[in-house]
Design a protein. Structure first.
Length: 132
């Protein structure tokens, strides 16, 4: 296995464990049949990925190995769009069309907003770094 693959493996493991605990924590607190834990993981994962990629490609301070650990690794293990698809299909199969539609709209729409939020935050941080 290449050096980059080890970084991705470590990041994936960490991201998956964070997803497990955070998603479960949120879902237990929400106590509803709506998959809020997965929704929040998808939104925050999109924000984190947008920020890391935009920031990492604009500065030499993040090595390709660390970028792979954080993006393909951590974010790949953390985000849950395969779970999103399964939960959406289950809602549809159960005849919960309104919930499924809301889940689709929020997951895609707000996750895209999260990615743009990550871009904007990275731009602001880069501007602060350039001015200091």
């Amino acid at each position: 296995m290449t050096k980059i693959a080890w970084y991705v493996a470590i990041g994936s493991g960490i991201g998956g464990v964070v997803r497990l605990f955070l998603g479960s924590f949120i879902q237990q607190r929400a106590g509803s049949s709506f998959p809020l834990g997965t929704l929040i993981i998808n939104i925050t994962g999109s924000f984190i990925l947008g920020f890391i990629i935009r920031y990492a490609l604009a500065t030499p301070s993040i090595t390709p190995e660390i970028r792979a650990l954080l993006t393909t690794g951590f974010c790949g293990g953390y985000t849950t769009f395969s779970t999103y698809s399964f939960e959406t299909a289950t809602l549809i199969e159960d005849g919960r069309y309104e919930r499924a539609s809301l889940y689709i709209l929020l997951s895609v729409g707000v996750a895209l907003l999260g990615t743009f939020g990550g871009f904007a935050t990275a731009r602001q941080l880069l501007a602060l770094r350039a001015n200091s």
